[in-house]
Design a protein around this ligand. Structure first.
Ligand SMILES: Nc1ncnc2c1ncn2[C@@H]1O[C@H](COP(=O)(O)OP(=O)(O)O)[C@@H](O)[C@H]1O
Ligand SMILES: [Mg+2]
Length: 227
């Protein structure tokens, strides 16, 4: 069995966590997953996130996102801490899950580092690509769902959520560069990155994501025709 990695990307407050949960719940009760499991093509579904998917990652996430910025995290250090989280996460969980045949839903992955530390902080994109390669040992997402939302609207949504984390606190121009980064990445990777308009109701977005998944699953796992 070979699983697939499905990634949610986008600016703060675009709805990644909301839609990941909705897709997880939908998949678990969907007929298509039941059939794939019965045919031994897929083991089940897992959900996880970056940073913070592993026990080490929980500590790194706390350092990276705590609002006070008590460590005065510098851009290059920030880049390497995200990479450390990813390396641990890929080797400890994601790769073993994929090898065991799980569909893995992941909140953020390598494109976030290109968008935030590359386009946002201005670090060298080619170096980040290399670092992503080291952190993932070449493992790539099979499908990336990019929730496309104006950076300002996303930030306003997160403000309703309460205290802003260290990254959310960065100024609007930073978040606009991040958004431009995701747009550039989507333009250059039309086969794996699916842009989804995120300025709609949660239900409308969820429905579009479900149809994308249906199509991807039938491409990845051609089910034998019933006799
Ligand atoms: N389609 C939507 N329309 C309006 N508000 C939304 C929508 N999706 C999510 N939200 C709300 O916006 C906030 C951020 O959503 P969240 O899923 O946490 O975003 P992210 O994980 O991308 O930062 C939450 O309070 C959530 O309830
Ligand atoms: Mg989230």
């Amino acid at each position: 069995m070979q699983g697939k990695l499905i990634v949610f990307e986008g600016v703060e407050g675009c709805g990644k966590t909301t839609q990941l949960e909705l897709l997880f719940n939908w998949l678990q009760s969907s007929l298509v997953l039941q059939k794939l499991k019965a045919a031994s093509l897929v083991a089940d579904v897992k959900k996880t996130r970056q940073p913070g998917g592993t026990e080490l990652g929980v500590h790194l996430r706390q350092i990276l996102l705590q609002p006070q910025n008590q460590y005065q995290v510098q851009p290059a250090a920030e880049l390497l801490l995200y990479a450390a989280d990813r390396a641990q996460h890929v080797e400890q969980l994601i790769r073993p899950w994929l090898e065991a045949g799980y569909l893995v839903l992941c909140d953020r992955f390598t494109d976030s580092t290109l968008a935030y530390q590359g386009y946002g902080r201005g670090l060298d994109l080619a170096l980040i690509e290399q670092l992503n390669q080291i952190a993932t040992s070449g493992l790539k997402s099979d499908l990336t769902l990019w929730l496309k939302l104006d950076a300002k609207v996303g930030l306003e949504r997160t403000h309703e959520r309460g205290l802003a984390d260290r990254i959310e606190q960065a100024d609007l121009s930073f978040h606009r560069r991040v958004q431009q980064g995701f747009a550039a990445l989507a333009q250059n990777n039309t086969h794996t990155i699916k842009p989804i308009a995120a300025d709609r109701t949660q239900a409308a977005i969820a429905q579009q994501i479900q149809s994308i998944l249906q199509a991807s699953l039938s491409q990845w796992y051609p089910l034998p025709l019933p006799p």
